[in-house]
Design a protein around this ligand. Structure first.
Ligand code: E4P
Length: 217
């Protein structure tokens, strides 16, 4: 499973990228707001750090305007994936931009039927939002499993990009289901390294080592 990092914080992206943990980046208007930076400028900087797909989201609501915005965003770098919302106009935009050879990430997906439409419109990535479904007492992971089954039934090549990941368990379950990609904030990716028994075991080793009175260096 590929790891995308869901942030526009270039320092966090650089740190994870240096460790080989970053196969791509996803941003959205809320993350651009959080960064406090200009969308073109910060996206260009991210594309200079990461060689994989970097999603940059359009903000228009009509297809004509989304297409124009998408073309402008795609000029930033060859690894831009234009992110469009899963609306009828977003699907039209997906069809046009993917036909022009651009990568397209269809976002804000909350149903298997939406994912089916995105695949038929030529999406490179479909982004089902797990955490936001969990927030309304639905099971976001069920949606990932349903989309996996449907795409495999018909051989759709659209990659399932599991988004709105909030927990380490979301990551494990997405990998078990067979999501192609997961995108998570840096804090969630770092939390994957943690285990209470690792901490406990290391604490015991440190205590015992101190008792030996030895040094390695
Ligand atoms: C994905 O592309 C989105 O930017 C993101 O995963 C949304 O996550 P959230 O629901 O935690 O805001």
């Amino acid at each position: 499973m590929k790891f995308f990092v869901d942030t526009a914080d270039v320092d966090a992206i650089r740190e994870l990228n240096d460790l080989g943990m970053v196969d791509g980046v996803t941003t959205n208007p809320s993350l651009i707001l959080k960064s406090g930076r200009d969308i073109i400028e910060v996206t260009k900087e991210i594309c200079g750090i990461v060689s994989g797909p970097v999603s940059a989201e359009v903000v228009a609501l009509t297809a004509d305007e989304m297409i124009a915005e998408g073309r402008k965003l795609a000029e930033i770098a060859p690894n831009i994936a234009v992110k469009v919302p899963l609306t009828w106009d977003g699907l039209k935009t997906c069809k046009v931009l993917s036909g022009e050879g651009h990568m397209v990430n269809v976002t804000l997906c909350f149903s298997a039927n939406q994912a089916l439409l995105a695949a038929k419109a030529g999406a490179t990535f479909i982004s089902p939002f797990i955490g936001r479904l969990d927030d309304i007492n639905l099971d976001g992971l069920d949606l990932i499993a349903d989309i996996r089954t449907i795409y495999d039934n018909y051989g759709f090549e659209t990659q399932i990009l599991a988004a709105s990941i909030r927990t380490a368990n979301h990551v494990t379950q997405c990998a078990l289901i067979g999501a192609d990609v997961m995108t998570a904030p840096p804090s969630v990716i770092k939390a994957l390294a943690g285990h209470v028994l690792t901490d406990k075991g290391l604490d015991q080793f440190m205590k015992d080592w101190a008792k030996t009175g030895q040094k390695i260096l």
